[in-house]
Design a protein around this ligand. Sequence first.
Ligand code: NAD
Length: 367
Amino acid sequence: MQSVLITGGAGFVGQNLVHTWRAARPADRLTVVDAMTYAANIRSLEPLIADGSIQFVKGDIGDAALLQRLFEENRFTRVAHLAAESHVDRSITDPEAFLQTNVLGTFTLLKAALDHWRAASVLDRARFLHVSTDEVYGSLGWTDPAFTESSPYRPNSPYAASKASSDHLVRAFVATYGMPALITNCSNNYGPYQHPEKLIPLMIIHALEGKPLPVYGDGSNVRDWLHVSDHCEALMSVIERGRTGETYNVGGGNERNNRNVVGLICDMIDRAFDAEPSLAARFASCPAASGRSCRTLITYVTDRPGHDHRYAIDATKLSTELGSRCSVGFEGGLSQTVHWYLGHETWWRDVISGAYQAWIDKNYGFR
Ligand code: NAD
């Protein structure tokens, strides 16, 4: 039995990881610490909070006193660190928050864990997993080989630079203090509970509402799409069985350009409307409601500054050392995701409208 701290557990990947962990290791004690920024949502965790199967703490990873108290009370032996500012576009307009949380926050958390584990003499049994991104490696040319764990760091956005800095801090804690830490660098995730500001949910929701589908540049930028359930399985393998001090790349093996992804989403929504006539009444503004293709909404917009052309991940180390492989094919996973958003209209409407914030106030008095 482990006592586990999951930071950022109310975010997209964090929520999915809490559910994966709960199902895989029911005896472990889980504590979620999350600052409940705009990106957080604890509705899916509410049943687990209510029945006491997880402890939820609203708090900032930059709060050293809070972390010290939580380590003393809970004696964590596992930390899965996911808390971050995560949206590249926001990092371009407001980079300070990214440095504060992703760099200084990670440092504060590392120090709290190290201090506690040293004092409790459990450094040899404890594990700290730092969840990072392939964006630290920069951009690939169309024919370059995929990123490996030894690819040089060349971050291009403030987000990527802040995550690169945090990776370097983790590495330095391993080399300098013997911190039992591991790093994962993964590609773009998709799946249930992703905030509507990210590409796939944004396109699904805009299509349903008949709004333009804004695609950066000519839509040729390539991402390696990873279903969040495969990511969470990989994180569980790495934290339990990975070698401390090591980095593991996690990728979906699903390289697609944005034009292709958005086109597939449109086709999937068109087909869903054909198969389920009641959708036309629920989403009357969607072109599919009147028999037109959602592709008519695709609009090419000025490219993002510093936009990386291509990411691709070589996940050989993860599969050969730990036997962890992705099992969700892209088109199946995308179709499931489209249907998840079709079936969770209240969830995303509340997030978009701010009703979720009101619900948080009423139920938890967080804000
Ligand atoms: P997210 O933005 O959905 O969630 C981040 C969570 O962190 C939110 O719940 C937020 O409230 C919380 N948080 C932010 N600042 C905090 C602070 N100072 N203290 C405590 N909590 C704070 O992000 P995500 O998509 O779930 O990503 C999780 C992690 O995975 C991040 O570290 C991200 O860099 C990494 N990652 C994500 C992807 C992806 O495609 N989603 C890809 C690669 C890496």
